[in-house]
Design a protein around this ligand. Sequence first.
Ligand code: GAL
Length: 432
Amino acid sequence: MKKKRLWLSFALMFSLALAGCNSNSASNNSNKEDQGGSKGHEKLEIFSWWTGAGEEDGLKALIKLFQEKYPDIPVENAAVAGGAGTNAKAVLASRMQGNDPPATFQVHGGAELNEGWVAAGKMEPLNDLYEKEGWMDKFPKSLIDMVSKDGKIYSVPVNIHRSNVLWYNKKIFAENGLEPPKTFDEFFQVAEKLKAKGITPLALGDKEPWTATHLFENVLLGTLGAEDYKKLWTGELSFDDPKVKEAVNTFKKMLDYINEDHSSRNWQDAAQLVGKGEAAMYVMGDWVKGYFVNDLKLKVNEDFGYVPAPNTEGKFMVITDTFGLPKGVKNPEDVKKFLSVLGSVEGQDTFNPLKGSIPARIDADLSKYDEYGKQTIQDFKSAELTPSLAHGSAASEGFVTKVNQAVNIFVTQKDTKTFINTLVSAASELKK
Ligand code: GAL
């Protein structure tokens, strides 16, 4: 039954792929006969959604490192543009369905991996690789659990991103004598003052609807607290609970303070508003830091600052990008070589300072990370960890797709009752 449901959601994603996938995927259609690489190696196709500003620098550096170590293995960077995998996931679903998996692909630890590809029997376990590389005590247990099912480990985390960050423009705050808000009350006070001065308080770019879900998950966490937030995904707390309603109403109130052109912007375009001083605050994952620093050339704690999203101090909404070994690939040993570089200290310290994330490994070289990175590495150790909904850890892809649709409608219609009813009925997708 579950498999059937899974394939139905893959089929849905497949049609989305046909309808809207980005042309950057041209490399995915590469002719198989062309793929025999040098010296008998198949091309190592690395599939992700890391293209363009704020996304690709870390991946490119990691691929370069791999190529230095394994010059004989030809690599194809098969990235499909679209934040949070908006298009890539659909392309991947159609390829997996057609038994044409890429050599390795980006997948979030948690439900997206375990209830998706692992449950569908599409992934090889990697316990032998973890043993061989001595990784069992090099990654936090919480992270290994996110990439494991029934004692088998199915992917290698390259990073940890934090979802619950509020980024703010330092100049705007200083000029207006404001402190970054810690609570929802403070957020609304600051937002009112900014609005009165004609400054857009909060940036949003929900051309791809996941960004609004991203804001919503952090309002849920800030309102419910970590324990109750986690209960949503096990079915112990219903979406019609009064606390969820309170969160929806807070989310709705926040939407009174966003930029008018939100639906024509993507996450980078919205970040740009804050980076360039056209909006004051932005709730987004810390890939924004990579974008601010690498692309907009802004300085950490000079041009922009950061605090936990309102009411989420001491909590860490975890996102982990991981890569695994799909069943049926022609070059499994080469894939493992790539995974071993990706999981090495050197690999993680090459990728993460550029990406804005922190290393998944516990023994990375701290000196490679800026103030934001160092602070976040500390926070991860002491904070209460919660799984991200918008980025695949908390719930299955089918559920997330429905939430994205519902949130997207809510942003324009602001109908709390309809939104909650949709969440309640979508919750039947959740693994209880
Ligand atoms: C997340 C992913 C991040 C970043 C972001 C924006 O889902 O985990 O690495 O790429 O999407 O695209």
